[in-house]
Write a protein that binds this ligand. Structure first.
Ligand code: SF4
Length: 476
């Protein structure tokens, strides 16, 4: 049986989602020279810094307009203008991304207008307003809002045109449709820069890096929206940077309008791709997060067709090795009852991969209310003949109840699920955001064939360690 999403609630017990501007800040931290500014009270920026620092274990700077009692009564215009002025003079960022907060959305501050007033005397400086009232969504929506705002505000609106082309949203992007692209003159037109825009969604710096390497191995140039692979995984070299010294540049974001296509591997972060397709004819190809065999196949085939490149032998080799490991591990993993918790794209990707391994995802949970998530999990459940309890927009209390009901043997989720795992004596594999009770969160890698291989080993060895006692040959 597949359950409907959690009932509308009037109390949340241990929320399973982060706040909306935090997702926007995450996206901004992948832009070189960008300073995030929270238009709200100081506590909001403290909370976000705290979450991001303890997950990425990097120094992260987030500024605040420091709203107080009187500014709430009289409006935050003065604070916002002053904050923008101080930040531009003292820190000289290349861009400021201003996110709203619950407070400033509720009092109705018109950030667009305030920023427009500021820009009258600071003409060429990019200040990007991003509306992120946390009561309307999670960090997943905040990330999506930030990408859209970055692209929309930085590209030249004068050259906007409408292609009339429909987006290929959905995971139904078949080989036949891909083959039709081969003859499309758009992909050989000299006006295009030949690059692929890649929207990654909320994945780890290590996963962003894997995707960049995959594109390089395919012989493709890319623009990553946004590139946290180094800005949130810094080398120790004696330099102290107040704002990201690495990441996607403003010039690259502007150049996205000339790319041959946008490939979005997040079903919840495609609004920038939709904007580019509608206004600049840059085709949007929306495919699942490449976790495991079939989803990585989907990405590799898409890159091959859109980039008109042959799949290199090394990538085929990695695929074959993953397939071999799946066969090797099958006896240990078959029918194991698993719960998966975290961001919706990640949970869907892991559900697909674990189903490919012969495991049975019995409970999936995300704190983000999402019909896309619900539909995708239902489709996977039908495909694999599984009953899956789906919690969309739920909390940790919901997750715990279902874990007990469904007799779960393994849990994949972030550090907030560690208490449940410990109390119910279930092994936990830490993935997603935040992971603060272990080190290496920025290196948790789940996308692509090689990461699938490593994840498979971790899952299988966890199962062996927990459920097959050493020396008990009869149980193995
Ligand atoms: S008040 Fe709103 S914006 Fe600020 S930290 Fe809380 S949820 Fe986030």
């Amino acid at each position: 049986m597949i359950s409907p999403s959690a009932d509308k609630k009037f109390a949340v017990i241990n929320p399973a989602r982060m706040c909306q501007p935090l997702g926007a800040v995450h996206a901004l931290l992948g832009v070189k020279g960008a300073m995030p500014l929270i238009h709200g009270s100081q506590g909001c920026s403290t909370y976000m810094r705290f979450q991001l620092c303890r997950h990425f274990r990097e120094p992260i700077n987030i500024s605040s307009t420091s709203m107080s009692e009187s500014t709430v009564v009289y409006g935050g215009e003065k604070n916002l203008i002053k904050a923008l002025d101080i930040i531009t003079r003292q820190y000289k960022p290349e861009l400021i991304g201003v996110t709203s907060s619950c407070l400033t959305e509720t009092i109705g501050d018109d950030m667009e207008l305030i920023i427009a007033n500021f820009l009258k005397s600071n003409n060429d400086f990019p200040v990007i307003p991003i509306s992120t009232p946390s009561y309307t969504g999670s960090h997943v929506e905040g990330y999506n809002q930030a990408l859209r705002a970055l692209v929309e505000k930085l590209v030249n609106p004068v050259s906007v045109r409408h292609s009339g082309e429909k987006s290929t949203i959905g995971s139904t992007y078949t080989d036949k449709k891909l083959n039709n692209l081969r003859g499309d003159p758009k992909y050989t037109n000299k006006n295009y820069n030949g690059k692929i825009n890649l929207i990654t969604g909320l994945i780890s710096p290590s996963d962003v890096f894997s995707m960049k390497i995959l594109l390089q191995e395919m012989g493709l140039e890319s623009i990553i929206l946004t590139d946290t692979s180094q800005s949130l995984h810094l080398p120790l070299n004696g330099e102290i940077n107040f704002i990201p010294s690495q990441g996607t540049t403003i010039a690259q974001i502007k150049d996205t309008i000339h790319s041959r296509a946008t490939i979005c591997i997040s079903r919840h972060a495609d609004s920038a791709g939709i904007f580019l397709e509608k206004n600049f004819g840059v085709k949007l190809i929306n495919i699942p997060l490449p976790v495991g065999l079939s989803a990585t196949d989907h990405l590799v085939e898409t890159l091959s067709v859109v980039g008109n490149k042959k799949i290199p032998e090394n990538i085929n080799l990695q695929r074959g090795q993953l397939l071999d490991a799946m066969v090797d591990a099958h006896a240990y993993n078959y029918k194991r009852r698993v719960a998966i918790y975290g961001e919706p794209d990640m949970v869907t990707g892991l559900t697909r991969f674990l189903s490919e391994l012969g495991m049975h995802p019995v409970v999936v949970c995300t704190g983000t209310q999402s019909n896309i998530f619900q539909d995708e999990i239902e489709s996977l459940a039908r495909e694999h003949g599984h009953d899956i309890q789906i919690i969309s927009g739920g909390d940790l209390y919901d997750l715990e109840q279902k874990i007990v009901e469904e007799d779960v043997e393994l849990l994949l989720g972030n550090s907030y699920s560690a208490r449940i795992a410990s109390e119910k004596n279930i092994p936990l594999i830490r993935v997603g955001f935040p992971v603060f009770d272990r080190i290496g969160a920025q290196r948790i890698n789940i996308t692509g064939y090689q990461a699938g291989l490593n994840l498979l080993d971790t899952i299988t060895n966890t199962i062996i360690e927990r459920y097959y006692e050493p020396g008990r040959d009869d149980k193995i």
